[in-house]
Design a protein around this ligand. Structure first.
Ligand code: GLN
Length: 305
């Protein structure tokens, strides 16, 4: 496996020249376009890494997976899916039209920005600090990494420029879809997007989901099999935004990307995979990351279909 990963990094390095690093959140624009890393965590707890697997980047939209899990754990699936749908959208992750014109009663799904703002609003905690602490401590548990923390520069950068997310959130508030103070909810959302991680952290989350909610390295059950199934299913249908269909056909693995360049992938009953490559395609997905997952899927026959 180690050699396979090393070879895959070498053969796909060339693709990091394509695409661009996200810059609409200015701090993300500082990433090194040529970085490329991968980590695989198998269900017996073995870990394999190659390339820039230990480099830190921010979770961005991969944090939507965590927000969805916590929203369900705190409120039950019935309430969560009364506030946010479970249907894919052919629109971009921060689309305003899909929320207003097509689906004003609730956001399409928890993997687009509007849906994630809605799930974040449902996470328990009396104050913003308590909510983000709950998110951080759960993330530390499912990554086995006690150093997981918010990258303050990225958080401030996102808060300063996040007007599109503000528009989505205030629109939902005007339709009675959000309870509580909008700026507070957005603050928690911006912080969760700015949680710093590396390929190993996200591969471990993928492995936990692949293992039906049990942490492979300790045997601890952190979520039920049902919640892990719901989350993986929504990752398949919505995790790569408006490229989810193509990704399912070509690669066939439940996955969630983030504009920081990470992709968190979970191969049921086999492994978690974390990839990092900050150069993105026009849908906001890591170009190098997708290439790595494609090669791994072909080599190891990972498609679930
Ligand atoms: N923090 C980013 C945003 O809200 C997350 C988007 C993403 O990763 N696709 O715009």
């Amino acid at each position: 496996m180690q050699n396979l990963l090393k070879g895959i990094i070498e053969s796909n390095k060339i693709y990091t020249k394509e695409g661009t690093v996200a810059s609409y959140i200015p701090e993300l624009g500082k990433a090194n376009k040529e970085d490329l890393g991968v980590c695989v965590v198998t269900l017996d707890g073995k870990e394999f890494m190659a390339g820039d697997a230990e480099k830190n980047f921010t979770m961005q939209s991969m944090s939507k997976v965590i927000a969805l899990i916590l929203a369900i754990l705190d409120n039950g699936k019935k309430l969560v899916f009364s506030k946010v749908g479970m249907e894919p959208t052919g629109d971009s992750f921060n689309s305003i039209t899909s929320l207003e014109v097509k689906h004003p009663e609730r956001p399409f799904n928890p993997m687009i920005n509007a849906g994630a703002i809605a799930t974040t609003a449902l996470i328990s905690g009396e104050t913003d600090e308590e909510k983000i602490e709950n998110i951080l401590s759960f993330t530390r548990k499912i990554t086995g990494n006690k150093f997981i923390a918010v990258n303050e520069e990225v958080y401030r950068s996102e808060k300063a420029t996040g007007n599109r997310n503000r528009a989505l959130a205030y629109f939902m508030k005007s339709n009675g879809l959000l309870e509580g103070d909008v700026e507070s909810i957005l603050d928690v959302y911006f912080k969760q997007c700015s949680i710093e991680c590396n390929c190993r952290d996200i591969a471990r989350i993928g492995a936990m989901l692949a293992n039906d909610g049990v942490l492979p390295w300790s045997g601890e059950k952190v979520i039920s099999r049902e919640v892990s199934r719901i989350v993986k299913t929504i990752m398949v249908t919505c995790g790569m935004y408006d490229a989810s269909g193509e990704f399912a056909v070509g690669i066939g693995i439940p996955a969630k990307s983030g504009v920081g360049g990470g992709i968190l992938a979970s191969v049921p009953r086999r492994m978690g995979i974390g990839v990092y490559g900050p150069s993105l395609d026009n849908k906001g997905n890591s170009i190098g990351g997708i290439k790595i997952l494609k090669e791994l899927s072909d080599e190891l026959d990972l498609s679930i279909f």
